[in-house]
Design a binder for this molecule. Structure first.
Ligand code: NAD
Length: 472
């Protein structure tokens, strides 16, 4: 990773300013949108398994409270710092606005390498972090709702909800204090794969736009396209899965220990199992090892999906990127210098702040489920199935024909929670893609899709601030 001349937060501010020039909002409102409303930096002690006491550095940043609650993941990484958390929190504000999720942006981070701690130590750290948030009123279903991010998952979210609920006895909506929980703890079906599926829906929509594909020199549709994914974690794994299932060929996968290539396509689950068994993505049967993990970013392909960390494509390596489309699954994988190079080279970069909004969209569905205390589909599934059976029976008796068993099942099927969540996500990603592309096309001065996405976000957040008025 090359050293950037300015911070991650500053690079978000630069992208914001670039887009703000295409709007007519009061400069004071634009300044307010950019600023982080609250930054909570904390230190707390944890007793390790060996008896030593370690002081842990952690953050929670609430970038914007123009809508309540704030929302954003919690990252466990030894790269965590205040600037990074501030940048990620601000991206959350813009992301929620673009996909019409009524939350302000937030983000949390604990500066640890989770691989260096035992499960028990991680549990203690997570629970203590939650208790610190409770003490400062930085968490709650109507205040700030964390979620998983790099290095965290369902397990950590379970610890958070349990700690919160035990410190707030009787709070009926306690389950809504965090999302990305396991189903048994109030999670929603479809959350785990949501970000990767959202990345797929967003890129598929772009690939279905005839004029956009013509400009990129590509055929319409995802089928047959070559895809490279960096990072085989939650987001990368599921992105690869949905592209492969739609008929695309995942020709290379990169993890931090290296990268592999197979022109005939790789199966992410088989690679995942290989990595689990051998401890490395390398030496996967039938695939070629690449010398460096970053080599995968520079291979010939139609779609490149960076799904690991920020700043991985920058001014240094962007000139060597050969992909026609970059789908930013990770947050901030491409720097502003890389953006400039993509514009010159005609590479279409589909920006992070809406493309990876699947997680927060489904988190929103989970939060709504928690507040309503009922599973999606519970009330209407059986009703729909009975109605469909009656209608089908009537059609069959009126026409004297019968449908085959496969079609019968399809027609009769009443929506389950997973169907509704996937459908809500698909609608959200298609609508956001069309809205951003529309803004881009309507203003020939807008240089790239990222700027168009920022314009979409600024329009919504600034309108909200303007209509809200500033508290005297
Ligand atoms: P994760 O921890 O599940 O996976 C990240 C993977 O990237 C890990 O397998 C890690 O080994 C790998 N990795 C790290 N450095 C690498 C390198 N230099 N080269 C190749 N691989 C490398 O995390 P995740 O939840 O999949 O998040 C990935 C990115 O997506 C982050 O930027 C995160 O902010 C963003 N994101 C996540 C979600 C979500 O719902 N999880 C939502 C929106 C955005």
């Amino acid at each position: 990773m090359s050293q950037q001349p300015y911070s991650f937060f500053h690079s978000v501010e630069r992208s914001f300013d670039k887009a703000a020039a295409f709007t007519n909002f009061d400069p004071g409102i634009l300044e307010q949108i950019k600023a982080c409303n609250s930054v909570y930096q904390m230190r707390f002690p944890v007793k390790l398994d060996n008896g030593n006491i370690e002081v842990i550095e952690a953050y929670r940043v609430q970038h914007s409270q123009h809508k309540s609650p704030c929302k954003g993941g919690i990252r466990f990484s030894d790269e965590v710092n205040q600037d990074e958390v501030m940048a990620l929190a601000s991206l959350m504000t813009y992301k929620c606005a673009i996909v019409n999720v009524p939350f302000g942006g937030a983000k949390g981070g604990i500066k640890i390498n989770p691989r260096k701690y035992s499960t028990y130590e991680l549990e203690k750290i997570t629970r203590r972090y939650t208790a610190e948030l409770v003490k400062k009123n930085f968490i709650g279903p109507g205040i700030d709702v964390p979620a998983p991010d790099y290095g965290t998952g369902e397990r950590e979210m379970s610890w958070i909800v349990d700690t919160y609920a035990s410190l707030k006895p009787g709070e009926i909506d306690a389950a809504g204090c965090v999302t990305g929980k396991p189903i048994t703890q109030g999670g929603v079906r479809g959350r785990k794969e949501a970000t990767g599926l959202g990345v797929f829906f967003g890129i598929r929509e772009v690939c279905n736009m005839a004029d956009v594909m013509e400009k990129q020199g590509l055929t319409i549709g995802v089928e047959g396209k070559t895809v490279i994914v960096q990072g085989l974690g939650n987001v990368g794994y599921h992105s690869a899965k949905f592209f492969r299932e739609a008929g695309a060929k995942v020709v290379a996968l990169a993890e931090y220990e290296g990268a592999i290539y197979n022109a005939h396509g790789l199966n992410e689950e088989e690679v995942f199992q290989h990595r689990k068994a051998t401890g490395s993505i390398l030496n996967f049967p039938g695939a070629t090892n690449l010398a460096k993990n970053t080599d995968a970013l520079e291979l010939e392909c139609d779609i490149l999906i960076p799904a690991a960390l920020e700043n991985v494509i920058n001014g240094e390596n962007a000139p060597r990127v050969k992909a026609k489309i970059i789908g930013e699954a990770a947050n901030g994988p491409c720097t502003p210098e890389a953006d400039e190079i993509f514009i010159q080279k005609g590479i279409l970069c589909v920006p992070d702040m809406y493309l990876n909004a699947g997680g927060v969209t489904v988190s929103y569905f989970e939060w709504l489920k928690n507040l309503s205390h009922v599973r999606y589909g519970r009330m209407e599934k059986r009703f729909t199935e009975n109605m469909n059976t009656t209608i089908l029976g009537q059609i069959e008796s009126l026409t004297g024909k019968t449908v085959n068993e496969t079609d019968r099942k399809l027609i009769q099927h009443g929506a389950e929670e997973i169907d509704l969540v996937h459908s809500g996500l698909e609608e959200t990603m298609i609508a956001a893609t069309r809205e951003i592309v529309h803004i881009w096309k309507s203003n020939p001065g807008i240089p790239d899709m990222r700027t168009a996405a920022y314009v979409s976000a600024i329009n919504k957040v600034a309108t909200s601030y303007a209509e809200l008025g500033i508290f005297p």
